[in-house]
Design a binder for this molecule. Structure first.
Ligand SMILES: NC(=O)c1ccc[n+]([C@@H]2O[C@H](COP(=O)([O-])OP(=O)(O)OC[C@H]3O[C@@H](n4cnc5c(N)ncnc54)[C@H](OP(=O)(O)O)[C@@H]3O)[C@@H](O)[C@H]2O)c1
Length: 260
């Protein structure tokens, strides 16, 4: 942890307000796998949006995010067996090795997890941004769910292909398969809005960690938090934790009627 990161503190609003809280205290030891039902992983998402629900600014998350948001983003990666991320986000955000340093790997091990999580993505046509550092790093382990029969590209990363019929492919089916075949019991979805939209529409999301940045963006060109898939009905959530830092809110919302 850098000296600057060491000084970052949150103000807890819920449960009962407390004094300054270190992000490590709030976002480690979550034991998400203990919440998993037998047939699928416990699945949480972590996203950032503006006050008006925009998930991008100039097409990226960088200007929405903050030092605290990035710290929490990396801490949440220490809490899951796998990170589920859309193939477009891997490309647009230039994804690399998921755990960026040994301090974060040590936090994972302290919580009983492997030093590095698996990355899970979907690419129906096996059209991968292989130039992304994630695929160029031999320490990455990426499971790609696809409806294609094509052979995967040769990349330094360890690539595993999960083939599903075009009529079945989607995050819910993929999550059941990785639970069954890889023993994955906790998943952190990092978006983008299309992947999150599919997760919600398929009833496969259990919790949403959301940073609401103190910004109003407006305009038609930026993406909203959920995109594409149309849920049958709105999903209701219950607020289980809330923190504040420099006017940004950090919420933990549990979907009230999470699927069994
Ligand atoms: N605010 C935030 O927290 C946040 C987080 C992440 C990303 N972002 C931003 O969001 C943008 C990227 O998000 P995005 O929504 O464009 O893409 P995305 O969610 O990153 O990628 C879309 C994913 O959904 C899959 N998919 C689409 N339709 C499907 C279907 N019918 N069945 C199964 N899989 C399907 C795609 O697979 P195919 O390849 O087969 O289409 C792909 O893996 C970037 O600008 C990024 O900066 C924001």
């Amino acid at each position: 942890m850098s000296a600057r990161e060491d000084e970052l503190t949150l103000r807890r609003l819920l449960p009962e307000p407390t004094g300054p809280t270190a992000p490590e205290e709030a976002y480690t030891g979550l034991r998400l796998a203990d919440l998993a039902p037998a047939e699928r992983p416990w699945t949480v998402a972590n996203m950032v949006s503006s006050l008006d629900g925009k998930a991008t600014l100039h097409g990226r998350t960088r200007e929405l995010s903050s030092e605290m948001d990035r710290r929490i983003f990396h801490l949440l990666r220490t809490q899951c067996d796998a990170v589920l991320v859309g193939s477009h986000t891997i490309r647009d955000e230039g994804y690399g090795r998921l755990i960026k340093n040994d301090e974060l790997r040590a936090l994972r091990v302290a919580d009983g997890l492997a030093p590095d999580p698996v990355c899970v993505t979907i690419s129906r046509g096996l059209d991968l941004a292989v130039e992304a550092p994630l695929f160029q790093d031999e320490r990455s382990h990426v499971i790609v769910a696809t409806a294609s029969d094509a052979e995967p590209p040769a990349v330094p990363a360890r690539l595993e292909i999960l083939r599903l019929p075009a009529t079945e492919i989607g995050p819910a089916a993929v999550l059941r398969r990785v639970r069954d075949e890889h023993g994955i019991r906790s998943v952190l979805c990092e978006g983008g809005p299309t992947m999150l939209g599919l997760l919600v529409a398929e009833g496969a999301l259990d919790e949403l960690f959301l940073c609401i940045a103190p910004l109003l963006i407006g305009g038609p060109s930026e993406l909203g938090l959920l995109r594409g898939a149309v849920p049958a009905a709105p999903s209701r959530t219950t607020l289980v934790a809330a923190f504040e830092h420099e006017s940004a809110l950090f919420l933990r919302q549990r979907l009230t009627a999470a699927p069994a």
